[in-house]
Design a binder for this molecule. Structure first.
Ligand code: TYD
Length: 224
């Protein structure tokens, strides 16, 4: 049985989860914990290749339209690799693992956004991820409008700087994001022990403070 602690961050694009993940990692390290961070898709060599296929809006010019089930399967191929290469070894060594997105993203984006249904995603999770569940999921749920404004603004800046194109999902319409938002709310209702929703449109510092409270209530300080 793994000895570490597994925390995932979830939310819409632009919900602020990546900033909060970085801040939590720094805080936990300062408290003396050993922390391993990663994001999905990506984080392994195979995963980074899968990420560029799935996120680059130019992929469809070279590959043709990606079928929703192919998209889902690639997300799980990425996840299986990072569980094997990073997550399980880190948990077995007693580290705290912070993962930017995990299976809840597949349930929200592919299950609800692409309308493949939750059941198919959960079945896939059991088969491919050996049902490895996070101990805690921090679900950042500021309003859809605030999230999308941030995500789309960020993409425009990236395009102007000619950085990597990671726009494939962010071109979707508002209904796609409304379905995702609703799916996240349903996951939080279904699994209140694991999933803690943070709904406030509050400042980065206020949300960070709240995350410290939630995490310190669950993880005892390390014995140094
Ligand atoms: P990410 O890099 O976390 O984007 P952001 O920082 O904008 O939140 O995630 C990339 C995109 O991949 C994001 O639009 C959500 C999507 N995604 C899925 O559709 N299914 C999944 O299982 C995962 C992990 C991500």
């Amino acid at each position: 049985m793994p000895r570490g602690y597994f925390i995932t961050f979830e939310g819409l694009d632009g919900s602020g989860k990546t900033t909060q993940l970085r801040r939590l990692a720094a805080w936990l390290e300062a408290e003396g914990h050993r922390v391993v961070t990663l994001r999905q898709p990506g984080g392994t060599v195979l995963g980074d290749r899968i990420r560029s296929i799935l996120l680059d809006s130019r992929s469809e010019t070279t590959l043709g339209p990606i079928a929703p089930l192919a998209e889902m399967s690639l997300m799980f191929a990425d996840r299986a690799q990072s569980i094997h290469e990073i997550i399980l070894p880190a948990l077995e060594s007693g580290a705290i693992v912070l993962c930017d997105r995990y299976t809840d993203s597949s349930e929200a984006y592919q299950g609800a956004g692409r309308q493949l249904g939750s059941e198919r995603i959960l079945t896939m999770h059991r088969a491919v991820c050996d049902d490895l569940q996070p101990d805690l999921t921090l679900l950042l749920l500021p309003s859809i409008e605030a999230s999308l404004r941030r995500a789309r603004g960020r993409n425009k800046r990236r395009m102007q700087q000619k950085g990597p194109d990671e726009n494939r999902f962010e071109r979707e319409d508002d209904d796609f994001y409304r379905r995702i938002y609703r799916a996240y709310e349903e996951i939080a209702e279904r699994e209140p022990q694991r999933v803690v929703p943070l709904r406030e449109d509050a400042s980065i510092e206020q949300i960070e403070e709240r995350i410290h409270e939630i995490v310190s209530a669950r993880i005892p300080a390390p014995v140094i």
